[in-house]
Design a protein around this ligand. Structure first.
Ligand code: PLP
Length: 383
């Protein structure tokens, strides 16, 4: 097999060489951070350094709380489940990740009030639909900063202003798992009270994330146990994962805009090539503000799942819009919420580039896609 062209960087991917070096050096010192001996204290210091880096990267203040979790799933659960217990009405969008929608559905089953607003046809949650849904008893508004399937960016700053005008008491949370490292994610600029991030979406290890809470926002722990993480998350910290997360974020800071610009160039080259080479192709949210690395592409006359397999055989990892649970692929709830029918959804692939993807990756991807699509279309026409 040729070189792995991992074009699905929105999922976990092998850390690049620089990060592999970081992992090896971190392995040398993995004491329990709750221990008083020097190995423990070294780990404690490393965790606090990573915490400071997270604060810096997300534009949080010195006194804002950073809780390290097992990932964005846990961080989102922590916010939604806490607010569900407090009562009031919970507002989110239909295109949130299942780790927001799941606890909301549970809340509703238990008699809680949940309002889910629809995105527009491009996958953007407009300030108008949020404004129309806020009531004076809204206690939580949770809208993702960028969508994981389409890459569209939501107008969070405007949404915050609209919420504050009607429900100043509401906690405003943004899931920034996909946005981190790809667009600026400053809590200060966005005006949110709580932000979720995940390490493996930026090249760190899976199983680590963080919930950042503005000073004064107090939520109960979701995972009960020891007094770790300021009593907000029981259990010995994932020292390796947290250290690697901190190092990856420091690299992001050093790379600055160059990383985003590089990803956007690669993504734009992919989109112009695929639009030029194939007929009946549609890119969702094309003209809207989007993440620089993500393309959600409808290709008429194909099944996305078949294309994913065909690309995998070429060493190229892409994904379909379908989330696969227990072997039963369900059509993407995001594209359905955007108003597309099941046939359209099942013919949509997602390509998301890594920070180190380059032009040669795009050329190989496009050549492979064109070949596979032409073959599939010819077969379906002959049938
Ligand atoms: N939120 C969004 C927007 C995501 O894309 C994902 C990952 O797919 C998650 C949350 C869950 O992240 P984690 O794997 O860190 O639990």
């Amino acid at each position: 097999m040729g070189p792995i062209l991992d074009c699905d960087a929105n999922a976990t991917y092998a850390p690049d060489q620089q990060i592999q070096g970081v992992i090896l050096s971190c392995l040398e010192a993995l004491g329990n951070p709750s221990s008083m001996h020097r190995a423990g204290q070294r780990s404690r210091a490393a965790i606090e350094e990573a915490r400071a880096t997270v604060r810096k990267v997300v534009g949080a203040g010195e006194h804002d709380t950073v809780v390290f979790t097992s990932g964005a799933t846990e961080a989102n659960n922590m916010v939604v489940q806490a607010l569900a217990k407090q009562g009031g009405s919970l507002l989110a969008s239909q295109i949130e990740h299942p780790c927001v929608l799941g606890p909301l559905a549970q809340c509703e089953r238990k008699g809680g009030k949940v309002v889910l607003v629809a995105p527009d046809r491009d996958g953007v949650v407009s300030v108008d639909v949020v404004r129309a849904a806020i009531t004076s008893d809204t206690s939580l508004v949770s809208i993702m900063l960028a969508n994981n399937e389409v890459g569209t960016i939501n107008p969070i700053t405007e949404i915050v202003a609209a919420v504050k005008a009607v429900a100043p008491q509401a906690i405003i949370h943004a899931d920034a798992a996909q946005a981190l490292g790809k667009i600026p994610c400053s809590m200060a600029d966005l005006g949110v009270d709580a932000l979720t991030v995940s390490a493996h979406k930026v090249g760190g290890l899976s199983g680590v994330g963080a919930l950042i809470l503005r000073r004064g926002i107090e939520l109960p722990a979701l995972i009960l146990g020891g007094p770790q993480e300021g009593k907000l998350r029981g259990g010995t910290e994932n020292v390796l994962g947290i250290r690697v997360f901190g190092e990856v974020l420091s690299l992001l800071v050093r790379e600055g805009d160059a990383r985003r610009e590089r990803m956007a160039r690669v993504r734009d080259l992919f989109e112009s090539s695929i639009l030029g080479e194939l007929s009946e192709v549609y890119i969702h949210g094309f003209d809207r503000a989007r993440l620089p690395n993500t393309s959600s592409v409808y290709i008429a006359g194909v099944r996305a799942d078949d294309l994913v397999v065909a690309m995998d055989l070429e060493g190229i990892l892409i994904s379909s819009g379908a989330a696969c649970s227990s072997g039963k692929p369900e059509p993407s709830h995001v594209l359905l919420a955007m108003g597309y029918d099941e046939d359209h959804v099942r013919a949509t692939i997602r390509v998301s580039f890594r920070a180190d993807s380059d032009e040669s990756d795009v050329k190989r991807l496009v050549a492979s896609l064109v070949k596979a699509v032409s073959r599939m279309r010819a077969v379906s026409q002959a049938a």
